[in-house]
Design a protein around this ligand. Sequence first.
Ligand SMILES: [Fe+2]
Length: 261
Amino acid sequence: MNTVANEPFGLIIQAEENGSLFSLDKDQIEKSLLDNGLLLLRNFSPTDNEQMCTFASQFGDLMKWDFGYVLELQIRQEPENHIFSQGRVELHWDGAFAHAVPRFNFFQCIEGSAESGGGETTFLNTVKFLESLPADQLEQLQDLVIRYETEKKAHYGGSVEAPLISHHPLTNKLRMQFIEPFNEDNVEVNPVITEVVGKDKEEGDNLLRLINQLCYQSRYFYDHQWIKGDYLMVDNHSLLHGRRRFEGHGLSRSLKRIHIL
Ligand SMILES: [Fe+2]
């Protein structure tokens, strides 16, 4: 097994060939995930839903949604929620509208879209992002509280208020929780109403646009182009994620995802 850095953050763990996920040291993986935010596992054998759940359960209880434990992320013809649409998905953290926020997201790529274009999953390492912000900018964002509201159309919905910047519950480092507003691809399907608590609309919207801009300009923003067989483990408390719009024939992309509490 061989471990190399993933740019601009995270680690890639490569097995020799057809490695078994179960040969990985659970404690080491967990520590690495908290230290690096993202682990990409390559050259490991495919697993079915049951095996995926067994592997993921080593790290904690699995979050049960109304579809069960394993979400199949495929594009649908008439999507009820835009995560199943062709458009781009705004940066967000998982579980914002749920009863609990999963610690880790665990993905398996069943079919990639690397050759067809689009559909990359986007990640922002918010711990590194905040560390890299100039002091005055950090101060400007430090005490903001943001309110989000969306209708429940698939497996999540409701309204929530969250401080923009808070401490990671496990590492205590500063991290940012944010759902990116003004996503032009999601105005029709499943919009999220976003406002900065205590600010008038103009000032609030200006702050939200500034945060959007800082996220996408950050050197700690990563586009992951999926290759069939990839496994990805993500620290959902420190990373935000979204998705690029699908282009051309990218629609065959198929992923499975499990939330670990
Ligand atoms: Fe998500």
